[in-house]
Design a protein around this ligand. Structure first.
Ligand SMILES: [Zn+2]
Length: 184
């Protein structure tokens, strides 16, 4: 690997540190103490990937070759275990894995948002709706009335069970009958 050094006559191109350590096998032009994955392009001034050989904005050549950029990236990445997941196509390091478990019910309660409880009643409501829909089919009059009654009962059972029983059980303080707020 050749030693790459930006010309002294163009100091504004000092993207990386120019310290040269003789004999090192790693690329000598990488400032591995700099945690950034992006760099300001010396030509267009926009942020671009630090370890791609060309600026993604205007194609300005940041590295003499893709191999050198890759080698520089590897040296930079291996300098810190926190960089292990980094990609040289990214502008930033991947975010620390945050605790992804969120208590949405507690969060919603805190924000005053009413969540319907997770429930099997919606399926019952759908079955009721199916019978009600069948009642719209022009069968014989008694069949339609029968379907209407069956569907209506199932539908009402689902709605009552879901909205009045489970919902009140889940939000005892937010009962629709007591605070007068419109939830649904
Ligand atoms: Zn550029």
């Amino acid at each position: 690997m050749e030693v790459y050094r930006r010309p002294e006559s163009r100091p504004w191109e000092r993207i990386e540190s120019r310290s040269i350590v003789a004999g090192a096998q790693k690329p000598r032009y990488v400032d591995i103490s700099n945690p950034s994955l992006s760099v300001q392009c010396p030509n267009c001034g926009l942020q671009t990937q630090r370890f791609l050989d060309h600026c993604r904005n205007d194609g300005y050549k940041l590295w003499p070759s893709s191999e050198m950029a890759s080698a520089a990236f590897k040296a930079w990445r291996d300098a810190d275990p926190r960089r292990a997941e980094a990609s040289r196509y990214d502008l930033e390091l991947p975010a620390e894995a945050a605790d992804a478990t969120i208590d949405y019910a507690a969060r919603a309660h805190q924000l005053g948002i009413h969540l319907f409880p997770s429930s099997n009643y919606p399926f019952i409501i759908c079955v009721g709706a199916l019978f009600l829909a069948l009642a719209a089919v022009p069968f014989d009059g008694t069949v339609r009335i029968g379907l209407l009654v069956i569907g209506g009962l199932i539908f009402l059972y689902g709605v009552v069970g879901w909205v009045l029983v489970e919902d009140v059980r889940m939000f005892p303080s937010a009962s629709p009958s007591t605070d007068g707020e419109v939830h649904h």
